[in-house]
Each structure stands twice: as structure tokens, then as C-alpha cells.
Design a protein around this ligand. Structure first.
Ligand code: UDP
Ligand code: MG
Length: 315
């Protein structure tokens, strides 16, 4: 059985469409399935729609969060609720092409344990800042140790991988964590489509925050950069020191106030940046050590109906 995990935040218009599209596709291909909709504390009717859907169908589970915990938490909750032999995570807005699930499923049958969806084209949304974004992504991908620009949360995972992820207590990032666990991997390329309804829930600020926490979760490179900068500063200051001494000895001491000021400011800023970076890691340690749950499920619904409905009844 394939578990389809769909994180949903204010997606009342998309729920039925994605269910019927994927369910029809899976039925046509004789793939047994269950759908897990995780309502990430939506303010609209998302959970009501999921509840109704679960009453009309026989393979829908709905989880409702007590507030908005973010997509990562929604994915974790979905993974924890799966019963399938494999699970696929897909966005609610049909930006991830559902047909690819079949392709992924066939690869899984061939024995692959992680099938990653890789974005071929970056959708319209990203055109705006494409050059800047490219540069930004290449730097952070290098630091975080995985391709952040084209990888996505659209993945199919074998039961073994789901079990491993369920055992990991940390607040990892789904996109990167599947790189970290290893296993027999392959990729499937897909074109990012336009969102069918509603609007994207990401802001630029949100994206930068996401990138920073991604880097700090998977890499200590920023701290090492600080050390390297410190060493460079030390070398520079030794050179300046020797130079100043020679000037002094040969009686040509500079007035040098400017130099002193520049150096002081420069060192000061490096120290402040370093403290900031260290502080950021400490904050993350604090978050983890508090050991709060990643999410709170306030209610759940499960399909009880035993007979299947015609797949095209609701289209
Ligand atoms: N999402 C979520 N919680 C959030 C934000 C988003 O569960 O706090 C879900 C959303 O419902 C969708 C998916 O994550 O299914 C991707 O969100 P969105 O389409 O807004 O992001 P984008 O496609 O722009 O990256
Ligand atoms: Mg989207």
C-alpha cells in the first residue's frame, strides 16, 4: 500500500481536487492507497473539507494541528501516521505533478528506497530574483551539503526509511534529512507547475530563515568560517605589528590614527558576527534541548465507509 501524505495549510479549495486526481490515477494503475491530510492549523475550512471527504471515501485520514506548526512538522506528523509499505509526500496545490507518483512507485518496485523529486524548471514564482537566487542557492547548497535549489519535499520513501525518520527526535529538514540517511536512492525530474488555487505561503523572509536553519542543522561550516577569518585577521595584525615596530625603530612612526580606527572597527565587526553565529547555534541547541513536541494533534478523522465510490463522482 502507498501512503500519500499531503501537508495542507489554508487549502480548502485544493483538498478535493488533489484527492480525486491522485486517487483516480492510483486506482487506474492498481495501486492500493491511503491519504493522510495533515491540516497544519488552517484558519479556513480545510479541516471541515477533509472531514467531509473522509466520510465520503474509504481511504482518507485527517490530522488537525492545534495551531500552525509549519510544513516540516506537518510532514513529520504525516510520516508518523503512515501504514503503507511506502509513502509519498506531495504539496496540496498540485505544483508537484501527480503522474510522477506512478513513475516513482515503479522505481520503488524496482528496489529503490528513496525516490527524490528534482525540480527541472523553476516555476514562474522564482523568475523575479533568478540570478540572485541562483548565486544564493549555490553558496548555501555548498555549505549545507546538498542541492537546495532543485531538491524538494516531493519524495517517495520506503517503509524502512519512514521508520528511521520517525525515530529521529530532532527537528530536521525533510528535504535534507533524506540525503543524510543514505539508502538506495534515485531521482525523478519534474516541472514545477503553477499553483492551482490560493497563494504561496512563503515570504522572502521565510525563505531566508529556512535557508539559515537548514545550514545550521546540517553543517558547522559557518563556525569554521569564523575560525578561518580569525586566523586571517591574526596574520594581518602580525604584519601590521611588525611594520609598526620597524617604523618605530627607524624613527618614522606614523601618526596612524586612521589605521588604528579601521583595524578596531574591522576586528570589532568580525567578533560581533562570530558571536552572532555562535549564538545562532546555541539557540538551536536550546530549541532541541527543550524537547517540546514538533506538533500537537488536536483531532483526527478516519474514513469509515467500506465501499469504494466511483473515482469520477466528484470531479
Ligand atoms: N504548508 C503547510 N504549512 C505551512 C505552509 C505550507 O503545511 O505553514 C503546505 C501547503 O499547504 C502546501 C505545501 O506546504 O501543501 C507547500 O506550500 P506552498 O505551496 O505555500 O509553498 P511553495 O509551493 O510556494 O513552496
Ligand atoms: Mg506551492
Amino acid at each position: 500500500m502507498l501512503s500519500v501524505i499531503i501537508p495542507s495549510y489554508n487549502e480548502e479549495k485544493c483538498i478535493r481536487r488533489i484527492y480525486h486526481t491522485i486517487n483516480t490515477l492510483l486506482t487506474e494503475n492498481n495501486i492500493d492507497s491511503e491519504f493522510i491530510f495533515v491540516d497544519d492549523g488552517s484558519q479556513d475550512q480545510t479541516y471541515q473539507v477533509i472531514t467531509e471527504l473522509s466520510m465520503e471515501t474509504q481511504n482518507v485520514v485527517g490530522l488537525h494541528f492545534s495551531r500552525n506548526f509549519g510544513k516540516e512538522s506537518a510532514i513529520s506528523a504525516g510520516l508518523a501516521a503512515t501504514n503503507g509499505d511506502c509513502a509519498v509526500v506531495i504539496d496540496c496545490d498540485l505544483q508537484h505533478p501527480p503522474e510522477k507518483i506512478i513513475e516513482m512507485y515503479r522505481l520503488w518496485e524496482e528496489g529503490y528506497e528513496i525516490i527524490e523529486g528534482i525540480k527541472k524548471e523553476r516555476g514562474e514564482e522564482k523568475k523575479l530574483h533568478s540570478i540572485g537566487a541562483k548565486l544564493f542557492y549555490s553558496v548555501i547548497s555548498h555549505m549545507a551539503g546538498f542541492d537546495m535549489a532543485n531538491s524538494s519535499d516531493f519524495k517517495l520513501l520506503d517503509r524502512k526509511v519512514v521508520d528511521v525518520l520517525n525515530q529521529m527526535p530532532e527537528r530536521g529538514f525533510f528535504r535534507a534529512i533524506s540525503y543524510w540517511v543514505g539508502y538506495n536512492k534515485t531521482t525523478v525530474e519534474y516541472d514545477v507547475r503553477e499553483r492551482v488555487d490560493g497563494e504561496s505561503k512563503w515570504s522572502t523572509r521565510g525563505l531566508i530563515k529556512y535557508a539559515l536553519s537548514n545550514i545550521s542543522s546540517y553543517s558547522t561550516a559557518p563556525m569554521q568560517i569564523v575560525t578561518a577569518l580569525g586566523v586571517v585577521m591574526l596574520i594581518i595584525s602580525v604584519i601590521f605589528g611588525v611594520w609598526a615596530l620597524i617604523d618605530k625603530i627607524i624613527g618614522r612612526a606614523l601618526e596612524g590614527m586612521t589605521t588604528v580606527i579601521i583595524i578596531t572597527i574591522f576586528i570589532g565587526s568580525i567578533i560581533m558576527i562570530s558571536l552572532g553565529i555562535i549564538g545562532y547555534y546555541i539557540a538551536r541547541i536550546y530549541e532541541e534541548i527543550k524537547g517540546r513536541p514538533k506538533y500537537i494533534i488536536s483531532s483526527t478523522v478516519t474514513s469509515t465507509k467500506k465501499t469504494a465510490i466511483a473515482p469520477n463522482q466528484y470531479q
